[in-house]
Ligand binder design. Structure first.
Ligand code: 5AD
Ligand code: SF4
Length: 435
């Protein structure tokens, strides 16, 4: 028997890349590769890259520079770049770093096995097409190995929203939904392998239209899959929060009370310039309706500060929106110019001003986050046990609200859902006792 070759994948960016990396590893499994956790003993290294903010490409080039000497140690080592930097830079990557053998965009990685065969013949391989065929169908189905209890499942890709700051519509292309029967098949397969919770992924997941009734139709169908106990979805756009999706938060018990719903800014003037086609007010009304459906829901969001022409008053409007919503989690970023996007041409905010705003916003969000975590003390929640903790008898998992919970003296096994009482809130996790 030939010894398997080793594949090292380094994943940057969003959860969709995490999912894509898993699928690339599976595709390469068919070519005789097994995954390794270290670049040093790899026969192939793939960087699965992200292009959402500036310096992403530069980071990839410096990582490639660091990896290049490994080729001197192992002349058969192949280096590949996948993901959104690959899509955006294409051939330029091989020109700037000749150590790169393979460049594959996020829509073409089902062609990796064929590309790898080219590499074996001493050639290089480049594919940044948006092919007609469904990449998910061309990948081998996942091997039947046991899986961790919480898994990602990509159901939709691409985005037609064209926010003025964002490269996603260019790197990931137009919105495409996977057919519901394929998603359901994959979900059943995941459950057979020990998965209890799926997070449905899409750049604009609530624009999903592969099932009658859209995303809520899919969620309702998934809720009927035996053994699938928890469903989440991310990332959503406020304009695609249909009535039935909101209703699903009230009447589908498997749908977890956590929602990531980015708004980006609390200023209507900036929202307009961002091409978001909603207002701060319409967003707040939407959250009110979601909270009517599911009063304990924890909200999460994304914010950009220092968007071109953002004034102090615009920024204050963002702070005010955050105060009103009180997010359990939120991610805030300093605006980063992305060449080729409409906002790239506009006058920038002074970087020191933007830094100061980012710090203030993050401090406010962190206060809310801690306050919400503290308010969990004394409450009973369900924890999906994912792994053993560091201390004896301790198990770790996530509550329905996505909080990390350490359960003390826990005899529940990995994959079980334990009912617990929260006894303490630490900075980044909660401590609980079994009920
Ligand atoms: N600059 C800063 N943040 C950005 N995001 C997207 N594009 C940019 C950009 N050019 C943020 C948005 C989005 C998240 C995934 O990344 O907040 O919701
Ligand atoms: Fe980018 Fe999200 Fe806007 Fe689409 S909706 S353009 S992915 S920020």
């Amino acid at each position: 028997m030939t010894t398997p070759k080793k594949l090292f994948i380094k994943t940057y960016g969003c959860q969709m890349n995490v999912y894509d990396s898993e699928r690339m590893a599976e595709a390469m499994g068919g070519q005789g590769y097994v995954e390794t956790k270290s670049a040093d003993d790899a026969d192939m290294i793939l960087l699965n890259t992200c292009h959402i903010r500036e310096k992403a490409a530069e980071k990839v080039y410096s990582e490639l520079g660091r990896l290049k000497p490994l080729k001197a140690k192992n002349p058969d080592l192949k280096i590949g770049v996948a993901g959104c930097v690959a899509q955006a830079e294409g051939e330029e990557i091989m020109r700037r770093q000749p150590a790169v053998d393979l460049v594959v965009g996020p829509q073409s990685y089902h062609r990796l096995p064929a590309m790898e065969e080219r590499l074996r013949m001493g050639k290089t391989a480049l594919d940044t097409d948006f092919p007609e065929e469904d990449k998910f169908e061309h990948l081998k189905s996942r091997p039947k190995a046991k899986r961790a209890p919480a898994a990602f499942l990509t159901v939709q890709e691409g985005c037609d929203k064209f926010c003025a700051f964002c490269v996603v519509p260019y790197t990931r292309g137009a919105e495409v939904s996977r057919p519901a029967d394929r998603v359901l098949e994959e979900a059943r397969d995941l459950v057979e392998r020990g998965v209890r919770e799926v997070t449905l992924l899409g750049q604009n997941v609530n624009a999903y239209h592969g099932h009658e009734g859209g995303l809520s139709g899919l969620i309702r169908a998934l809720a009927k899959v035996d053994g699938l106990e928890r469903i989440r979805y991310t990332t959503s756009h406020p304009n695609d929060m249909e009535d039935d999706l909101i209703a699903a938060h009230a009447d589908v018990p498997e749908l977890m009370p956590y929602l990531h719903l980015p708004v980006q800014s609390g200023s209507d003037r900036i929202l307009k310039r961002m091409n978001r086609s909603h207002t701060a007010e319409s967003y707040l009304r939407l959250i009110e309706r979601i909270r009517e459906a599911r009063p304990d829901i924890i909200m999460s969001g994304d914010f950009i500060v220092g968007f071109p022409e953002e004034t102090d008053a615009d920024f204050e409007a963002t702070m005010e929106l955050v105060r009103q919503v009180k997010y359990g989690y939120a991610y805030s970023f300093k605006y980063s110019t992305r060449p080729g996007t409409p906002a790239a041409e506009r006058p920038l905010v002074d970087p020191d001003v933007a830094d100061d705003r980012l710090q203030r916003l993050q401090a406010l969000i962190t206060d809310h986050q801690h306050e919400i975590q503290r308010s969990m003390v004394g409450r009973d929640v369900s924890v999906l046990i994912e792994r053993a903790g560091r201390e004896a008898g301790q198990m770790l998992g996530k509550s329905e609200y996505l909080h990390s919970v350490h359960v003390e003296n826990c005899d529940a096994a990995i994959g079980e859902i334990a009912r617990v009482r929260i006894v303490e809130a630490k900075t980044n996790s909660l401590t609980a006792q079994l009920l």
